[in-house]
Write a protein that binds this ligand. Structure first.
Ligand SMILES: NC(=O)c1ccc[n+]([C@@H]2O[C@H](COP(=O)([O-])OP(=O)(O)OC[C@H]3O[C@@H](n4cnc5c(N)ncnc54)[C@H](OP(=O)(O)O)[C@@H]3O)[C@@H](O)[C@H]2O)c1
Length: 298
């Protein structure tokens, strides 16, 4: 069982499982989304109110790959509801007798964090750790790959605007990891029963401005890089957000990046080099805007 098999990370996990001949089922809020995963996927609804239904849909599943999370609070969806929904999913997996939970978290998740995204992820990690399930927690940094949001939309802005706003000094670090590498780590973690927490991190670490400049070079952007305060960056992102009808970046994401939370102190676990992937995919990066609101709310 993969949550969000027609979404981003879940898609690559599902693809890998299907390629290995494993039957895949998904819990998703988008049952009709077109996919090219190369196999049949049984679909169950993502309905956290229906505990019995959730447990029933998990019956017979050997492994639950949980990618469920929300990028920001919107309407009735908050980080608190995302935490309680995640707890509901874990309880349903316990009831259904799932053998192993492979849970996708984020680097430096902590229930002590002042940032709601990282705090919520920390609380869910605690719920995973105190469950009856055998588990692995996979903690990616920023995930890159086709259809990613952050790198693609940096490219999109760089292609279209004369100035690119870098918040703060731009020297805080980021260590992107390839989406296929995250999927590989997740699937490998399901193969045994040891309790483990693994940072999913690429082999290259960049300063944020350095990364923006690499993307700029790849997409032949002549945009000037300007340093602005996080408050000004938020204001600018709202202007761009108004144009594209999306939430371009959140204050949590800016603060998380600036606090250096998207790097790992451990060894690299993803082999794909961001700089090489960037070169090979330069044409498509930022060619079209990737919208979070279209993906999950429209
Ligand atoms: N993307 C990154 O750069 C990154 C970095 C570090 C960690 N992570 C973690 O990796 C996991 C997967 O991230 P992703 O970017 O690949 O996400 P995603 O595919 O866009 O979404 C993952 C799952 O969450 C559900 N979901 C997302 N937003 C929702 C909303 N507003 N309301 C209801 N359901 C929602 C999706 O539902 P549907 O099935 O309906 O689409 C899907 O099942 C998350 O736990 C995230 O915290 C991501």
């Amino acid at each position: 069982m993969v949550t969000g098999a027609f979404g981003y990370t879940g898609r690559y996990i599902a693809k890998r499982l299907l390629a290995a001949g494993a039957p895949v089922k998904t819990i998703t809020g988008h049952p009709d989304r077109a996919h090219t995963l190369g196999g049949n996927i049984e679909v169950a609804p993502l309905d956290f109110e229906d505990q019995d239904g959730l447990a029933r849909s998990l019956e017979g599943a050997d492994v639950l790959y949980n990618t469920y999370w929300v990028r920001f609070a919107r309407g009735t969806t908050t980080f608190d509801t995302a935490v309680s929904n995640s707890r509901a999913l874990i309880r349903a997996a316990e009831r259904a007798g799932v053998r192993r939970l492979v849970h996708i978290s984020i680097t430096n998740a902590s229930s002590e964090s002042g940032l709601p995204y990282f705090r919520g992820k920390g609380l869910v990690e605690e719920a995973v750790a105190t469950s009856d399930l055998s588990y692995a927690i996979i903690r990616p940094t920023v995930i890159f790959g086709p259809e990613d949001i952050l790198i693609n939309n940096i490219g999109w802005v760089l292609r279209r605007f004369p100035v690119f706003a870098v918040f703060g000094s731009g020297d805080y670090k980021v260590q992107p990891v390839f989406v296929e590498d995250v999927a590989e780590i997740a699937v490998a973690a399901a193969q045994h029963d040891a309790t483990e927490t693994i940072d999913a991190v690429g082999s290259e670490t960049f300063g944020y401005e350095q990364l923006v400049r690499l993307v700029a070079a790849a997409v032949n952007s002549r945009a000037r890089i300007a340093h602005v305060s996080p408050a000004v960056a938020m204001w600018l992102s709202r202007v761009v957000g108004y144009i594209v009808r999306d939430v371009v970046v959140t204050r949590d994401e800016i603060d998380g990046l600036m606090a250096g939370l998207l790097v790992s102190e451990g060894p690299a676990t993803g082999a794909t080099r961001f700089s090489e992937w960037l070169e090979q995919n330069a044409e498509s990066i930022g060619a079209r805007y990737t919208s979070e609101l279209s993906r999950h709310y429209r």
